[in-house]
Structures are given as structure tokens and as C-alpha cells.
Write a protein that binds this ligand. Sequence first.
Ligand code: NAD
Ligand code: UFG
Length: 337
Amino acid sequence: MNILVTGGAGYIGSHTLIELYKAGHTAVVVDNLSNSNPESLRRVAEIIGIPEIPFYKVDIRDREGLERIFAEHRFDACIHFAGLKAVGESVEKPWEYYENNIGGTLTLVDVMRRHGCKNIIFSSSATVYGDPVEIPITESCPKGQCTNPYGWTKSMLEQVLMDIQKADPEWNVVLLRYFNPVGAHPSGRIGENPNGIPNNLMPYITQVAVGKRKELGVFGNDYPTPDGTGVRDYIHVCDLAAAHVCALQAICRHCGIGIYNIGTGHGYSVLDMVKAFIRVNGVDVPYSIKPRRAGDIATCYCNPAKAKAELGWEAKYGIDDMVRDSWHWQSTNPEGY
Ligand code: NAD
Ligand code: UFG
């Protein structure tokens, strides 16, 4: 299939391009580079062994820009990663988040349907469950109150896409609810490249390990979890990338709406991750306990059985692979791209 990949220069998008080409698909990337570097695409092409990945530096809110791309290519489906994703920033700049994520998706979907491309895989998030009423979380767990505008953009866009599919059954909409993506391609050539101070645990750990930051702050050790620190379902980004290729099969089967948790089903605490990182990589990660971070929940991990049963997808990488590949990327690219 020929796939439009929005946000393809970013962390998850770049890894997904590799899985797409490995599976025999082709892709065209649209990205405004607001949170990425085109060097990622050059390296993706190098890993795949092709001269270049077709790329348009276009904002998905730019209707004319998207029209030009659709005039030049025929797409079987869109994998839609483009969006702003910093939780804290979304609290300070809610308008920017709603306008970019929701406005951008509405424009994208309108241009898609005008060109007869009615298949979309959307990057959703475990954040739509809010403080989940069941653990492990299945897809039938009700959605909850999001604690920030970023989370609401995901929750609202799920609803928008489902409503569009209901009104026009020619659409196939796959909502992938990612748990916590970490790791990097085993080559060490591409990985997560956050701007400024990382918000997320793993890039913070790797930046402490490489000497860019003094110590990790562990946000709370008084949660009702085995060691008191927050528990999450960390998933290797290459496993996550592969889930998108499996999701294309659901589209081929004309699934209508498909909603899937994409995680490993295992919960690891902050200290589990820090200890695994030190053990596997043999580098120190100084840390100290800090107060809880506002909006955090104690425990979040999923039951990924539906994705296995219906998409034939399951995670292959474990915690040791995650911490090893995160470090391989960071230690060989201390300044990112
Ligand atoms: P990322 O920031 O690395 O990638 C997103 C890409 O979208 C960037 O390259 C950015 O430049 C681009 N982009 C943003 N707004 C755009 C616009 N208006 N037009 C064109 N391009 C635009 O983020 P990521 O970690 O790869 O996340 C990909 C998707 O997955 C996002 O939608 C994110 O919300 C979602 N997600 C991420 C996580 C996570 O922890 N990384 C968890 C759940 C869901
Ligand atoms: N943590 C620390 N110190 C840090 C950073 C994080 O102790 O410096 C802890 C957090 O308190 C939490 C765990 O590490 O217990 C994971 O935190 P992350 O910020 O890495 O991830 P979150 O689970 O908070 O959120 C992530 C994404 C969201 C997404 C959510 C669910 O950032 O975009 O997963 O998919 F919505």
C-alpha cells in the first residue's frame, strides 16, 4: 500500500517508516518539522537502503499544501502522527494545542475524503482513559477525565473520527491507544530527540546517564504501587511501529472502527526502569525522590489481548531491550540529530 505518514519525521513516525518499507509498503511523509529534524528521514532512508523518503515540509493545517500532495500521489491510507504532544505545554497553551491537533486533523480528514482516501490510523493515547477504572486496562474500559488539553485533543479526535465513520461507512478508522513508547531503533541511528528539558522518563534517564543533566527527579514514592513509584506500560518504539503495519490489515478487512491498546501488558515502576537501565548498560543514573507531579496517576498498564487476537500483533521486546536501545541511541548521538 502507499501510505501518507503525517508527522513522519518525528519519533514514532520515523520508526514506523522502517516497518512499513520492511513489510513492502511505500510512504510519503508530510511534516512541518515543528518538533523534528529532517535528518531523521535521511537516516531512515539509509537504514531501509533507498535514496530518500518522499517528503513534503507542509503543515497539516495548510489545506492548499495538502491538496498539492494529494494531486501528486494516490494514497491507500493515512497514518496520522502529526500533533503537538507536550502535556505541560498544553496546559499553558491550550488554544495552540486544540488548533494544531484538532484543526489540523479536521483539515487533513477533509482533504482525504475529497480525494477518496477514507482509511486512517490515528495515534491516540492511554491518556484517554483518565484515571482508569480497571487495571489492566481493556478497550471496554470507559474513557475518563483527561487532566490536560493534550489529552482532551486525543479524546475529542477519537470521537470526531468515530462520528465521521458512522456517517460514512466507507471510512475505516483505527484508533491505536499507545501506552508509554521508549527505546530506539537497534541501529542507534534514529531515536527520540526532545527539545529542551525532557518531560518523559526515559529521555530524562538517558540525559542524566550521558551527563547532560545532574540527576533524575523521581516524582513521588508514596503511590499505592509495589515500590511507591508510578507504574507504566513501557513499549519499545519498534514494537509500536510494527503495530501500525498490523493495523493496515484491519483496514484491508474493512474494519469500520477498530480501537486497540498498544502496550506490553507489563507494568514497571520508575525505579524498575532506573535499575534496569543501570544493570543492562553499566552506567550510573543518580536520582532523588521529589514530590508527585500534578496530574500523574499511580498505575497504568493494559491488556493487549485484543490487538493480538484481531491484528495478530504483540510486543516482542522486553525491558532490557528498551533500556539498551535507548542508551545506544543517546550515547552515540549525545546531541540528538
Ligand atoms: P513527535 O513530536 O516526535 O512527532 C510528531 C511530529 O508531528 C513532529 O515531527 C512534528 O514536527 C509534527 N507535527 C506537529 N504538528 C504538525 C502539523 N500541524 N503539521 C505537520 N506536522 C506536524 O511525537 P511522537 O512521540 O512521534 O508522537 C507521534 C504521535 O503519537 C503524536 O500524535 C503523539 O501525540 C502520539 N502519542 C505519543 C506518545 C509518546 O509518549 N511519544 C504517547 C501517546 C501518543
Ligand atoms: N517520571 C519521573 N521523573 C521524570 C519523568 C517522569 O519520575 O523526570 C515518572 C512519572 O511520574 C510517571 C512515569 O515516570 O510515573 C512516566 O512518566 P512519563 O512522563 O514518561 O509518561 P506519562 O505516563 O506521564 O505520559 C506518557 C506520555 C503522554 C501519554 C501517556 C499515556 O507523555 O503523552 O504517556 O500514553 F498520554
